[in-house]
Design a protein around this ligand. Structure first.
Ligand SMILES: Nc1ncnc2c1ncn2[C@@H]1O[C@H](COP(=O)(O)OP(=O)(O)OP(=O)(O)O)[C@@H](O)[C@H]1O
Ligand SMILES: [Mg+2]
Length: 279
C-alpha cells in the first residue's frame, strides 16, 4: 500500500522555478523539514470511504504548539475527511498521524480524547434533546469527577453556557449551538482542537464572534486546526494555512502570505471568499 509520501512526490508538479513559495512548502520533502518538532502531524495520508477510491491522496500537514492552522479548499476536496482520518473516525490506508512524535495513526476517537485531542464535527455536533449542562456532562463522560471544575473553566470562556445551563440545546440558535459544541469538546481539557467549519451557516456577525471565540480558546493554551468555507476570514485569523485540493495539500504558508499568493487568490479565494462573505 502506498504511504502517499513517495507517491506525492510523483504528482505532476510544476518545476521548482515556476512554483510559488506556498507551493514549494507543500511538497513532501519540504513538509518533512518544516514539520520537525510539531505537536500534531500527518504525513502522506491516504484514506477514503469506498474500497479502491482514495479521497485523501497523500496529504501532509502539521500543527505547532500554540498555533491556529486553517485548512481551506473547494467543496469535496477532502477537508472533513482529513479531520475524520486524524481523529480515528476513518481508517487510514497509508501514511501516518503523530501526536508529539508518538504514532496515533490507528488510535480510535475515544483514545485520542484522553490524549488531549478534541474534535467538533461539521454537522450534528450537539445532543439537541439534552440541556446545555447535560451536553457538557457528555463531554466528560470519561472523567465525570472533573465536571464542576471544567464546566467553570468553559463558562469563563463562554458565560452563556452557564447562564442558560438548563436550556435544551435543540431550542438554541445556530451560533449558540456552535458554542455548546466547542464547549463540550473543551470539557476534556484538550491541547489540540479540530474544528470542522465552525462558522458555517451563521450570519456574518455571528461568524466574526466564532473567530473571536477561537482566538480566545487558542489564547487559553489550545492549539487549533480549523477547516473553513469562509476562506478569506479563516486566513486572516490563522497563523498558517493549507489549501487542500483533490485530497492533498497543494499550498501552505502563513495566512497573510496565502491571502496575497496570486495563484491561491485566483484559484481558491475568488469564489470561496465571495461565497463566505456575501451571506
Ligand atoms: N460517508 C461517505 N461515504 C462516501 N463518500 C463520502 C462520504 N463522506 C464524504 N464522501 C466523499 O468524499 C469526498 C470528500 O468529502 P469531504 O466531506 O471530506 O469534503 P469537504 O472538503 O469537507 O467538502 P465540504 O466543503 O463540502 O464540507 C467527496 O467526494 C464526498 O462525496
Ligand atoms: Mg466538509
Amino acid at each position: 500500500m502506498s504511504t502517499g509520501v513517495e507517491g506525492n512526490t510523483g504528482n505532476a508538479e510544476p518545476p521548482a522555478g515556476q512554483a510559488s513559495p506556498a507551493e514549494l512548502a507543500a511538497r513532501p520533502a519540504r513538509h518533512r523539514e518544516l514539520a520537525e518538532g510539531a505537536l500534531l502531524r500527518g504525513d502522506g495520508l491516504v484514506a477514503g470511504y469506498v474500497p479502491g477510491v482514495d479521497i485523501l491522496t497523500g496529504c501532509n500537514f502539521f500543527l505547532r504548539e500554540g498555533e491556529i492552522v486553517g485548512i481551506i479548499g473547494p467543496n469535496g476536496a477532502g477537508k472533513s475527511t482529513l479531520l475524520k482520518a486524524m481523529f480515528g473516525l476513518l481508517p487510514v490506508r497509508g501514511g501516518t498521524v503523530a501526536l508529539r512524535d508518538s504514532d496515533i495513526t490507528a488510535a480510535k476517537a475515544h483514545v485520542l480524547v484522553t490524549k488531549g485531542v478534541g474534535y467538533v464535527p461539521q454537522r450534528n455536533n450537539v445532543f439537541p434533546s439534552l440541556s446545555i449542562e447535560e451536553n457538557m456532562q457528555m463531554g466528560v463522560y470519561l472523567r465525570p469527577k472533573t465536571f464542576a471544575t471544567r464546566f467553570e473553566v468553559v463558562c469563563s470562556l463562554f458565560p452563556l453556557l452557564g447562564q442558560r445551563r438548563k436550556t435544551k440545546t435543540g431550542s438554541l440558535s445556530g451560533g449558540e449551538r456552535q458554542m455548546v459544541a466547542m464547549g463540550r469538546a473543551l470539557m476534556m481539557e484538550p491541547s489540540v482542537l479540530l474544528l470542522d467549519e465552525p462558522s458555517a451557516g451563521l450570519s456574518p456577525m455571528l461568524q466574526d464572534e466564532v473567530f473571536v471565540r477561537i482566538k480566545k480558546i487558542n489564547a487559553a493554551g489550545v492549539s487549533v486546526i480549523m477547516v473553513e468555507q469562509n476562506a478569506r476570514r479563516c486566513l486572516q485569523v490563522c497563523d498558517r494555512g493549507y489549501v487542500l485540493d483533490q485530497g492533498r495539500n497543494a499550498y501552505t504558508d502563513t495566512g497573510s502570505a496565502l491571502l496575497s499568493d496570486p495563484k491561491v487568490v485566483d484559484l481558491y479565494l475568488g469564489t470561496l471568499a465571495g461565497s463566505g462573505e456575501t451571506h
